[in-house]
Design a protein around this ligand. Sequence first.
Ligand SMILES: Cc1cc2nc3c(=O)[nH]c(=O)nc-3n(C[C@H](O)[C@H](O)[C@H](O)COP(=O)(O)OP(=O)(O)OC[C@H]3O[C@@H](n4cnc5c(N)ncnc54)[C@H](O)[C@@H]3O)c2cc1C
Length: 575
Amino acid sequence: MIEHDVVIVGGGLAGSRAAVEIARTDPRLSVAVIAKTHPIRSHSVAAQGGMAATLKNVDDQDTWEAHAFDTVKGSDYLADQDAVEILTREAPDVVIDLEHMGVLFSRLSDGRIAQRAFGGHSHKRTCYAADKTGHAILHELVNNLRRYGVHIYDEWYVMRLILEEGQAKGLVMFRIRDGKLAVVRAKAVMFATGGYGRVYNTTSNDYASTGDGLAMTAVAGLPLEDMEFVQFHPTGLYPVGVLISEAVRGEGAYLVNSEGKRFMEDYAPSRMELAPRDITSRAIAREIRAGRGIHTDGSAGGPLVHLDVRHLGKEKIMSRIPFCWEEAHRLVGVDAVNQPIPVRPTVHYSMGGIPTNTEGQVRSSAEGLVEAFFAAGETACVSVHGANRLGSNSLLECVVYGRRTGATIARYVQNRKLPEVDEKKYITQAEQQIQALIAQPGEYRIDQIRQRFQDCMTEYCGVFRTDALMREGLSQLQTIRQQAQRVYLDDKGKLWNTELIEALELQSLLIVGEMILTSALNRQESRGAHSREDFVDRNDTDFLKHTQAYFSSAGIDIRYRPVTITMFQPQERKY
Ligand SMILES: Cc1cc2nc3c(=O)[nH]c(=O)nc-3n(C[C@H](O)[C@H](O)[C@H](O)COP(=O)(O)OP(=O)(O)OC[C@H]3O[C@@H](n4cnc5c(N)ncnc54)[C@H](O)[C@@H]3O)c2cc1C
């Protein structure tokens, strides 16, 4: 059996930052990071626009309180304000720390870190490395993992969380290269497994964003929080769905409909294109519905709108947002210096996740905590984003709460013993699970079922929702789940069996999808990213609370947890 003091699943920003913190705090601890990709290929590497912090390099009027208020207002008052306070107060410090590790941020002419405007933020506070911020940060963090002697298990797929008597004891995983199964036991287990964009058919997320950590947690009997809040990013490149960063609007781009109008003036006149994402995505969806969308040939009535940067000029485009220019050019043949970019909303981010307290320890219920189990980053819900995340607050969350959770774990494991784990039992069960998948006589291909599922989620739990739509979605999901038990695998071997991984990932997707739909059906109000046409208003009397959904094969049980309000009383949210 493999043994470490701490195992962290996920080598993105949250997992790597936690590992560095543990190793820095107590170099004697044996720390492992496990990832189904190479850590450098975690979705964090694709982050573009930047990371918010009130460094005040560009705007000396900025304060952490203003950042906190923007975040809480952006969250439609669902964020826990104690967690937001920590996020915004610690932000400048974690940015400076990253810079000391060697991260190459873009600079002002006087040499200080540059900061740009971002949606929903009242000041210019987003630090960036051109439009490749995630790349710059993750490379330094992974270098630091090596420097501090963290054990890296790359291309190992974690398939089960070992949870017994309310305590996390380890994991079951297999090596993708040769199918070798292994049980790991540890004094503390941390999940930093990222988001679930692949639940939908159009997403900015990478292929690995399948919500495995969420599904493993749910299957272990623990709750998932606020899963109904799915962020649609306003500007996915049409038709591929990859991200055109909000930094493009931060630098001054216009959103334009078929009439050539900057339509955001009808939806958020004071913020225009820099309104928060939920509002901007709905505005685009409404313009398209009303026939003011555009076709790829430029005619009216189509499925997209235009993101226009031509007025910024070639030099600014090439120095501030070169990657976005390149994406549009390479993927759809648009030269953004001379042509508008075709965009429409794309699934981007998961506001909900594994509930934790502000130390990163996982909650077992509204009051209880799970022993030895921690989570941070996109897979966690601490909750700093509530019903809608502001751009550039996620990288920040990964680093602030990655660091914090790492510090907690370094303290937590002191004087704790390795737990007893029945290795043989878990290996046998894993072998049986894999064998069942491989031997399954089936009639469907994995991609067929995945496509049906993604289309179902997109159609029945998208930007606009109703009771009837979601009930229909849930009923179709039941059929798809049954069909998923009849998929067949061509590859029965052990070497690089990526088909088997896709089969396991499909199981994660189906669980996460059902959690999203059921949580959404039960929230009878509109708040942030959750927009119901049958309950159009926010309802603080009945729904100013976090959803906690418990999965079981018999059905999903919905309970609630109160929101922590310390600084800002809920108000009407207008921009
Ligand atoms: C295109 C894009 C641009 C973005 N731009 C910004 C931005 O500019 N600013 C901002 O604040 N946010 C941005 N975001 C959001 C932000 O990048 C992510 O929320 C954040 O990076 C998530 O980091 P993470 O560490 O939680 O997870 P990830 O970086 O997604 O890492 C997840 C890790 O878990 C591992 N893993 C998952 N499942 C398993 C399993 N079963 N077994 C083993 N390993 C597993 C993966 O291999 C990976 O290493 C962007 C997101 C996207 C998609």
